[in-house]
Ligand binder design. Structure first.
Ligand SMILES: [Zn+2]
Length: 144
C-alpha cells in the first residue's frame, strides 16, 4: 500500500518492460498494468505478440506529473496536517517558534481541527514573516 513512488529512479533513455519497471519502483506488475490501462501511462510498444515496452522519459514525466497533481500547497498560516490529510491553520494559543541553531528554526502549533502538533521548518532569516503569518498574538506576547 505504498502511496508514493520514486520516479526519479527511472532512467530517461532506457526502455522498460512492465516487469523491470515494477522491480525498479518496488510495486507489483499489476500496479504497472493498472497505470497503463486506467491511469494513462503511455507505452512505447504495444502489439500483443511482444512484451509491453515503456519509454523511460515518458514514465518519469508521467510519474512526476501524477505526484505534483496530488500536492496540496499550504496557504498563509497553514501547515499540512498528516491526520486530517489537508493543510490546516494552527491554534494561535499553541503557536511557538523553536530556534534550532543559527540557520534553522521550527514553527510548532496544534491543528485547529484535530489537535495534532504540527511542525514547519524555516530559516531565522524569515522569522519575522513566520511570526506574522502564524501568530496574530505573537508581536504582543511578552514571553517573546
Ligand atoms: Zn489535523
Amino acid at each position: 500500500m505504498k502511496r508514493s513512488y520514486d520516479f526519479h529512479r527511472v532512467r530517461s533513455h532506457r526502455p522498460y518492460t512492465v516487469a523491470t519497471l515494477a522491480v525498479l519502483l518496488g510495486v507489483g506488475e499489476r500496479t504497472v498494468r493498472r497505470w497503463i490501462e486506467r491511469d494513462g501511462l503511455d507505452v512505447a510498444i504495444l502489439d500483443h505478440s511482444r512484451p509491453i515496452i515503456l519509454q523511460g522519459s515518458k514514465v518519469k514525466a508521467w510519474g512526476i506529473a501524477k505526484k505534483k497533481a496530488k500536492r496540496q500547497p499550504c496557504g498563509a498560516g497553514e501547515i499540512y496536517c498528516v491526520r486530517c490529510k489537508t493543510p490546516k491553520r494552527i491554534n494561535p494559543d499553541s503557536f511557538h517558534i523553536i530556534q534550532r541553531n543559527q540557520s534553522k528554526l521550527t514553527v510548532k502549533g496544534d491543528c485547529q481541527t484535530c489537535g495534532l502538533t504540527l511542525h514547519r521548518f524555516g530559516s531565522p532569516l524569515n522569522r519575522a514573516a513566520l511570526e506574522a503569518e502564524f501568530g496574530p498574538k505573537w508581536p504582543d506576547n511578552p514571553a517573546a
